[in-house]
Design a binder for this molecule. Structure first.
Ligand SMILES: CC(C)(COP(=O)(O)OP(=O)(O)OC[C@H]1O[C@@H](n2cnc3c(N)ncnc32)[C@H](O)[C@@H]1OP(=O)(O)O)[C@@H](O)C(=O)NCCC(=O)NCCS
Length: 184
């Protein structure tokens, strides 16, 4: 298994972050703070510092090394600008072979199909090289953009969980969806 995927799509390059990406990751976090805040856990002020970005990157690389999770950056083709991020988190092996998927796209790259393009490649890798059988993704009932994206990627609704995740400081209900590896 390759713990450091490098994926290419028509408009993106996708990979794990390394320490040299910290300044660009900080720029992405700061530039998209207001755009992402309604859909994410509350962030402490330290989240918007270079030190925090460096720590996140180191933790992310360690998680990938241990096959626990894969936090991936989606760059433009020149690898100069982060357009989006997504994470295959909470990897469980054994009889389950599953993980959770989280994602977000930069405000300025929204509505262009970038997230879909990147996730399509990411899911091919997760079901292929990574050997997962099930990827689970959950969204707020009012997050219609996310619901549309997941439906187009072939995720199916599996349930509805009350007060499931703390988003922007509030325990929120979530729609539970999953995609199973094509072909069984
Ligand atoms: C959820 C989120 C990732 C969806 O992003 P997105 O850009 O709408 O998703 P896609 O990449 O699938 O792009 C689809 C949009 O691009 C448009 N588009 C333009 N060119 C396209 C192309 N070549 N291919 C596909 N779609 C294209 C589609 O028409 C669609 O726009 P519409 O919904 O206004 O009709 C984004 O809204 C986001 O980051 N939100 C904040 C964080 C968040 O909610 N995360 C998920 C928590 S569950």
């Amino acid at each position: 298994m390759d713990a450091a995927p490098r994926l290419s799509t028509e408009h993106t390059r996708i990979r794990l972050a390394d320490a040299a990406d910290a300044p660009e990751l900080l720029r992405y976090r700061v530039a998209n703070r207001a755009h992402l805040a309604p859909w994410e856990p509350l962030r402490e002020e330290a989240f918007y510092t270079l030190e925090h970005c460096l720590r996140s990157i180191a933790e992310g690389r360690e998680h990938a090394r241990l096959d626990r999770g894969y936090p991936l950056l989606v760059f433009d083709r020149d690898e100069t600008e982060i357009l989006a991020t997504f994470t295959f988190a909470n990897v469980v092996r054994g009889a389950f072979q599953a993980c959770h998927l989280g994602y977000g796209v930069a405000e300025r790259a929204q509505g262009q199909g970038i997230m879909h393009e990147a996730l399509q490649a990411g899911l091919d890798w997760a079901f292929g090289e990574l050997g997962l059988h099930r990827v689970m993704a959950n969204h707020l009932p009012r997050n219609q953009r996310s619901a549309r994206l997941l439906a187009r990627l072939g995720f199916e609704r599996e349930g509805y969980a009350r007060r499931y995740l703390q988003i922007a400081g509030v325990w929120e209900d979530h729609v539970l969806t999953a995609r199973i590896r094509p072909g069984g």
